[in-house]
Ligand binder design. Structure first.
Ligand SMILES: Nc1ncnc2c1ncn2[C@@H]1O[C@H](COP(=O)(O)OP(=O)(O)OP(=O)(O)O)[C@@H](O)[C@H]1O
Ligand SMILES: [Mg+2]
Length: 266
């Protein structure tokens, strides 16, 4: 596979900073004193063995879990106490390890759910300004259609999401997350279980998203994917940040090899 990543710009302010994050479940620290940052313009990887705490770290950043301690800034704003929906307003988008589309809804309806602050979502404007609501609804539908075309699923726009393969569901999630025009995207294993031809589409689209603006933090077990996408990688094991560096260097780091071979997650 040929590399498609690009070098990060220098001197940019971080899209995401997290400092000394801790999340305990009972006596177990799933995330244990983790400090990371992602700059505008970057695609950064997050790797580590099963159970390392990667998804839990995403849940903390996205506000789905409250940290036991630690700080989180999105675009410079402290958000560790803010609810999940306000983090969307701060420009955060995410996809899930297991995609969660509404199976009975069409693809276009699923993507439209990712929109933020549409008038139609509120009760009042529906009868104060119905024309404006109709206009916004149309614009929202057009945008959702454009995003479905962007992830190459537009031909299925009016089909129910239940007919999609696992890989197509990942692409649908990507389109939904882009609806709110995020400045930072958290992608949890976008390549897992995806067939090789769809994998190419997903990788290409991630690179194109980043080229258009948003920073990306991507969890992935497939090292070929990490090497192609990322200039910088964080490695977690057993809740802790093990090291950070270029993917080629990180995979040769004895601590990383030991974590994977030695089952540091156990
Ligand atoms: N809600 C929860 N309650 C209790 N323990 C949890 C909870 N969520 C996660 N854990 C534990 O935290 C640890 C980290 O889990 P997490 O899902 O973050 O790992 P991961 O690095 O994403 O793993 P994988 O690569 O398998 O997806 C695991 O030991 C897991 O069992
Ligand atoms: Mg996970």
């Amino acid at each position: 596979m040929k590399p498609i990543r690009k070098e990060p710009p220098t001197g940019v302010r971080p899209a995401l900073s997290a400092k000394s994050l801790v999340k305990r479940f009972g006596g177990v620290a799933a995330v244990d004193d983790v400090t990371i940052d992602v700059g505008y313009g970057e695609v950064v990887g997050l790797i580590g063995p099963n159970g390392a705490g990667k998804t839990t770290l995403f849940d903390l950043i996205a506000g789905e879990l409250k940290p036991t301690s630690g700080r989180i800034w999105l675009d410079g704003a402290a958000v560790e106490s803010a609810p999940a929906d306000s983090r969307l307003a701060h420009g955060l988008g995410r996809t899930f390890q297991i995609p969660r589309p509404f199976p009975g809804m069409t693809l276009i309806e699923n993507v439209m759910l990712g929109a933020q602050g549409q008038s139609g979502e509120r009760i009042w404007p529906n009868w104060i300004a119905p024309r404006q609501v109709a206009r916004e609804e149309r614009a929202c539908r057009d945008k959702a259609m454009d995003l479905l075309a962007f992830v190459k699923l537009d031909r299925l726009a009016r089909e129910p999401a239940r007919i999609l393969s696992g890989g197509e569901r990942k692409l649908l999630e990507l389109a939904r997350a882009l609806m709110a025009e995020p400045m930072l995207l958290l992608l949890d294993e976008p390549a897992a279980g995806v067939n090789p031809s769809l994998l190419e589409v997903i990788l290409e689209r991630i690179v194109e998203i980043n080229r258009r603006g948003p920073a990306v933090l991507v969890i992935e077990h497939n090292m070929d994917v990490i090497v192609r996408l990322c200039v910088r990688v964080f490695v977690m094991a057993a809740g802790k940040l093990l090291c950070e560096g270029k993917p080629e260097a990180v995979v040769r780091d004895p601590r990383v090899i030991e974590a994977y071979l030695g089952g540091a997650s156990a």
